[in-house]
Design a protein around this ligand. Structure first.
Ligand code: LP5
Length: 237
């Protein structure tokens, strides 16, 4: 079984280095994979499955290509929590719940729900995922949703610039509680943009980094998990 996990690509245009790196991953790596896991924030913002922007079209094409090579699993992130059944039907990917457990017990999540010290964000998260907000969105045009997404991104960038770094990291108790609830000893997540492997009391937390200077990913071959970061410019992962 060969699996690959990525998150936090933040794709915003089909012409970016990140997009080229993602395309390379799809073209060169998925033929050798059994499963590809996309753990959220694959796009800078996803405003709905009807998005007709070049970025959205590019993502759909990538997902369709990948699904022809291996099973593809897609999780919501805090910026792309609006992936829905239409995207899944259009591309062949399987949408995952916010927490997903693999057959070896490993837990997968985006990571934002574990940042419980960031109370302002947790309030925003509840609002953005509420039925009332979904109803509001249903009455908005693509252009209106695009504008709102831009406003939210702007507000978020201003806010996070002033937050202490411990506030925007995961809370240790939230991690421990999640692992206990699922009787798991390994967790893979993204979101915090702090790649690394943390071992605490016999548990392992692997944090995938964001795609910035290189493409962070976790590979799992024959039961062994490795956190790696390879150059984005044309290299296969
Ligand atoms: O995204 P990132 O990593 O920079 O920051 C996150 C938290 N911020 C968010 C907000 C998203 O970035 C916005 C995403 C918009 C795209 C999706 C749009 C789809 C629906 C809308 C349109 C169709 O998730 C940030 C965390 C940080 O991670 C670290 O964990 O701190 O949280 C915040 O910044 C929240 C603020 O602290 C509080 C809320 C400010 C929002 C104010 C609302 C303004 C509304 C303007 C429009 C009327």
């Amino acid at each position: 079984m060969r699996r690959l996990f990525v998150s936090d690509l933040h794709l915003d245009s089909p012409d970016s280095r990140h997009a080229l790196g993602f395309r390379n991953l799809i073209d060169r790596s998925t033929p050798d994979l059994d499963e590809l896991y996309l753990l959220g924030d694959i796009t800078e913002a996803w405003i709905g499955d009807d998005d007709d922007s070049p970025m959205a079209t590019f993502l759909r094409e990538c997902l369709i290509s990948a699904s022809k090579q291996c099973r593809v699993y897609l999780m919501h992130g805090n910026r792309d929590f609006l992936y829905g059944d239409k995207l899944s039907a259009d591309t062949g990917v399987t949408l995952m719940e916010d927490v997903h457990q693999l057959d070896d017990g490993t837990l997968l999540c985006h990571g934002d729900s574990l940042c419980t010290d960031d109370s302002q964000y947790q309030q925003l998260r509840i609002w953005l995922r509420s039925p009332a907000f979904a109803e509001q969105l249903a009455g908005m045009s693509l252009a209106e949703r695009r504008t709102l997404a831009g406003q939210l991104r702007g507000a978020s960038s201003r806010e996070t610039a002033n937050k202490a770094s411990n506030i925007t990291d995961v809370n240790a108790t939230a991690v421990r509680d999640l692992l206990r609830r699922y009787k798991a000893t390994r967790l893979i997540h993204g979101h915090t943009h702090r790649p690394g492997i943390h071992t605490v009391d016999g548990t392992e937390r692997i944090v995938i980094g964001d795609w910035n200077r290189c493409g962070w990913h976790v590979s799992n071959t024959g039961g062994r998990y490795e956190l790696q970061c390879l150059p984005l410019a044309g290299a296969p992962l």
